[in-house]
Each structure stands twice: as structure tokens, then as C-alpha cells.
Design a protein around this ligand. Structure first.
Ligand SMILES: C[S@@+](CC[C@H](N)C(=O)[O-])C[C@H]1O[C@@H](n2cnc3c(N)ncnc32)[C@H](O)[C@@H]1O
Length: 239
């Protein structure tokens, strides 16, 4: 089916967000996020550029909002351990099903898993050195996005770093993802929502221009290949 990619498909719903989604398909989707993230999200670069330099100054607190299967948190925990560095990492998700699955996969990484919204952490007075998300922004309404940005700034105070990473919507990204996932859909992606939800995610995502036009002052938007957006707010310590 051909879709209009010129505007955000904010009404399109991802299958994984359905409370009645098939649980085996959903869990296979959480499991496959690890592969998707390794291929497109650049978690290693994020670790080297934004986490490791801060952890070298002393123990830090890290929060992942919308952590899904928790693979990015576990990867960061493993790299920190390898590098002899210390951090407390919290994987937060609004969906109990994600938290249940992610904590069952943990295998002693030390990551803490919690079902909550960012506003609850703000109300509790929690503070972190780094707050990040990956593939969360496109799930949110514009109002929810504004609340997330406010919450994430409050959660890092004056000094911390906020990094929200997501897909950049484009016809090229849609066509490429469609072709690649079609080729592997019968094997690697079988029994998951990765292909369908990925296509919906691209349609729901922002372009760099759209995101820039709606974020408050102090945030920067950066585009990178392959069709990625990064929304950053650098605290004083990162300047
Ligand atoms: C596409 S998944 C991404 C998971 C993970 N960050 C990754 O990169 O693989 C989006 C996740 O965000 C969660 N989510 C959606 N809205 C949320 C919110 N307002 N607060 C916290 N989590 C949310 C969903 O439950 C889902 O697990």
C-alpha cells in the first residue's frame, strides 16, 4: 500500500500498543528490538560519546524512558562493567508487559526495571545524570511530547544530559525499511510486529524540520544516517 509520507500519520496505531495484542508476538517483538537497535540505533556510539565520559568522572545515574525490551540498558550496563565504571541504570516503561518481559531477560546486569511514567519520577524528586529514550518520541501525541521534554529536563536538573533518539520520517527510509524487512520477514522477523510496526513508526515519526519547530528553546535537533533524529539538551556539566 502506498502512504503519504508528507505529513505525520499521528492517527496510525502500532500493533504493540494494543492492550489485547498477541502476547507471544509482542514478546518476540521485544526480543527482536535488540537486533533492530544494533542495526539502526547506534547504541555503541551513544555509550562512547555520552555515557562513558560522564561515568569516568564518577558513579552516575541513568534513566531510559520507554525502554521496551531493555536491551539498550543491558548493553550500557555490560559496557560500563567492561570499562570498570559504575552507574545505576533504570529502565522505565509505561507498559507492564514490557517491564515483565525485560526483567525476566535480565541475567544479572544490575539494571532496575520499573513500570511508571516520567511524571511519577518527577513527583518523587528523582534526579539523574543522563536521561534518554530510543524510539519513543513517535509514540507520543504532541502534548505528551512536550510533557516528556519538561519531565526529562526536570529529571536531570541543571547539570545533566537529555538525549531522545528516534527515526526521521522520509519516503526513502520507508521504502528501504519495507524492502529489507520484506526480505527477512519470513525468517528473522517471523512471529513479531517488527515489520508492520516499523512501517507505522516511520509514518508516525517527525522530520528534522517538524521536530525543530515544536521543541522549546534550549533543545537541539540533529539528523544522521540512516534516517535518524537526535533531540538533545546539554546541561552545564556537558558544555
Ligand atoms: C518502540 S518501543 C522502543 C523500545 C526501546 N526503547 C527500544 O529502542 O527498543 C516504545 C516503548 O515506549 C513505551 N512507551 C510509550 N509511551 C510511553 C510513555 N509515555 N512513557 C514510558 N514509556 C512509554 C512503550 O510501551 C514501548 O515499550
Amino acid at each position: 500500500m502506498s502512504h503519504d509520507l508528507s505529513t505525520r500519520a499521528s492517527d496510525a496505531r502500532e500493533l504493540m500498543d494494543d492492550p489485547n495484542a498477541d502476547i507471544a508476538m509482542l514478546e518476540r517483538t521485544y526480543e527482536r528490538f535488540r537486533l533492530v537497535n544494533a542495526l539502526v540505533s547506534g547504541p555503541g556510539e551513544f555509550y562512547r560519546r555520552d555515557i562513558r565520559p560522564r561515568a569516568r568522572r564518577g558513579p552516575i545515574r541513568i534513566l531510559d524512558i520507554g525502554a521496551g525490551g531493555g536491551d539498550v540498558c543491558r548493553m550500557i550496563a555490560a559496557r560500563l562493567q567492561r570499562d570498570g565504571l559504575t552507574a545505576e541504570i533504570t529502565a522505565l516503561d509505561a507498559d507492564e508487559r514490557a517491564i515483565r518481559w525485560a526483567s525476566a531477560q535480565d541475567g544479572g546486569s544490575g539494571v532496575r526495571y520499573r513500570r511508571a511514567l516520567s511524571e511519577e519520577l518527577v513527583a518523587e524528586g528523582e534526579q539523574y545524570d543522563v536521561v534518554f529514550s530510543n524510539h519513543l518520541l513517535h509514540h507520543l501525541t504532541t502534548q505528551e511530547l512536550q510533557s516528556l521534554l519538561l519531565d526529562s529536563r526536570r529529571l536531570v536538573g541543571e547539570d545533566g544530559l537529555v538525549v531522545h533518539r528516534d527515526i526521521a520520517r522520509s519516503r526513502a527510509a520507508y521504502m528501504l525499511y519495507s524492502a529489507v524487512t520484506w526480505l527477512v520477514s519470513g525468517v528473522l522477523l517471523r512471529g513479531s510486529f517488527i515489520r508492520e510496526d516499523g512501517l507505522i513508526s516511520i509514518r508516525r515519526s517527525y522530520t528534522s524540520k517538524e521536530l525543530t519547530s515544536i521543541v522549546p528553546p534550549g533543545w537541539t535537533v540533529r539528523f544522521s544516517l540512516p534516517s535518524r533524529l537526535e533531540l538533545r539538551h546539554n546541561g552545564r556539566a556537558g558544555r
